[in-house]
Design a protein around this ligand. Sequence first.
Ligand code: HEC
Length: 157
Amino acid sequence: MAAALAAFERTLIALDSPYDRFRAGDGAALSDDARQGASLFVSHGCAACHAGRDLTDERYHQLGPAEARDPGLSEKTGNAKDAGRFRTPPLRNVAVTGPWWHDGSARTLEEAVRRHRLALPEMAMPSLLAFLDSLTDRAFLTDPRFAMPDRACGKRL
Ligand code: HEC
């Protein structure tokens, strides 16, 4: 069962977002807004943690006081210094995976970005959100091979 699930999961590849096409050389794949958002993402330090192909450094960070009330990594390590530390989530398809934050408490993507308590100029938000949306691989999301089946184990779903 585990091997079958792992084999299935290896087929779930979502690397054809507008952002991927842009990086592959298609200059028209991103809107001006999303392109500006991509550079703000780097200049405002987002890319320091949301790095690499899947936009995560795979590390744990404590972003603010609300998180400090939540045990986070310390629940696993037993180390008080790990209280409120959470792993940087990958951002692929993030625009369609709400509610956001480790506990689903951010109801909008904008709120999830604001929770970081970084000094972001108000005018940066629309471009950042356009950039985050450009990480969505819509062909992957609508691929019938990954849709909910009509039936499973002899039952209608
Ligand atoms: C210090 C590292 C760090 C930096 C810098 C950072 N993030 Fe994050 N980001 C995280 C961590 C850790 C989480 C998970 C927080 C949680 O769930 O408690 C997160 C969560 C998110 C989420 C929600 C993802 C989800 O699935 O719930 C978004 C969206 C996001 N970050 C975008 C950004 C943007 C945009 C910036 C720059 C303005 C940024 N991040 C800067 C570490 C970082």
